[in-house]
Design a protein around this ligand. Structure first.
Ligand code: SAM
Length: 237
């Protein structure tokens, strides 16, 4: 149990939720070799840098007084489930989708979903650029999140096609966020997205800081976006 860490981060995690995180930790470490999940394996570090870090979206929800009932959230490039799964544990009422282009990681997440008996969460295997054109997913999410996937100008083209008009994108970034923002002027324009602000949060135990960049989609985007898989990276907006 890592009660004190969660308290220090002002995260109201119950003892049953703590047990889920303990279980998640054990699975991450025991399956790491097979699925190539994380470079961080020290127990306390995983709690801070993966679990607590992922749940920092709470600061955004609280600051903007956002109602989370009957809302849908997608995590682009979720990897071993970050930030999607800790968000699901803290906000069970949110319907969550985790998308990743690595099939192995999706297999791990399916196993974890059973293990933790998580409900209303789905994992999809494929490229963001492909699913972003699929009408089952396009412009159907209230919130999108993404951590450690791509530079902002590429990331906006991956992510914003999924977000409803009026919905938010919370990009989990670090210190270089201002430089990335400067380079994203055209991407923001094409993605009909406005940058609102960056919320800076210090992690417990001197474990660094997190910058949450908040964006909002203002209008539908042109059908030609996202461009075909690989293009946003090869020729960023
Ligand atoms: C460095 S990992 C980060 C994983 C997780 N978000 C985290 O913070 O621990 C980046 C992940 O993004 C996925 N990814 C990269 N580009 C993608 C794309 N275009 N569509 C879907 N997934 C992508 C990769 O497969 C990988 O699992």
């Amino acid at each position: 149990m890592h009660d004190a860490l969660y308290k220090a981060a002002k995260l109201p995690v119950s003892s049953s939720e703590q047990l889920l995180f303990d279980h998640y930790y054990n699975r991450l470490v025991s399956e790491n070799e097979k699925y190539n999940l994380t470079a961080i394996t020290d127990e306390k570090d995983v709690h801070i840098k993966h679990f607590i870090d992922s749940m920092l979206i709470k600061v955004f929800f609280d600051t903007y007084k956002i109602e989370t009932k009957q809302k849908r959230l997608i995590d682009i490039g979720t990897g071993a489930g970050f930030p999607a799964i800790p968000i699901k544990i803290l906000y069970p009422e949110i319907e969550v989708t985790g998308l990743d282009s690595l099939k192995k990681r999706i297999a791990f997440l399916e196993m974890l979903k059973e293990d933790l008996t998580l409900k209303d969460i789905q994992f999809i295997h494929g490229r963001a650029e492909d699913y972003g054109r699929d009408t089952l997913y396009r412009e159907t999410y209230d919130f999108a999140v993404s951590r450690a996937v791509a530079e902002l100008r590429m990331l906006l083209e991956y992510v914003m096609p999924f977000v409803k008009v009026g919905g938010y994108f919370v990009a989990y970034k670090s210190l270089k966020y201002a430089e990335e923002l400067e380079n994203a002027e055209n991407a923001l324009k094409q993605m009909k997205t406005r940058y609102i602000e960056t919320i800076r949060i210090v992690l417990p135990e001197n474990s660094g800081e997190r910058e949450l960049m908040i964006f909002q989609k203002m209008e539908n985007i042109q059908k030609k976006y996202p461009r075909k898989a690989g293009m946003p990276k090869k020729n960023p907006l």
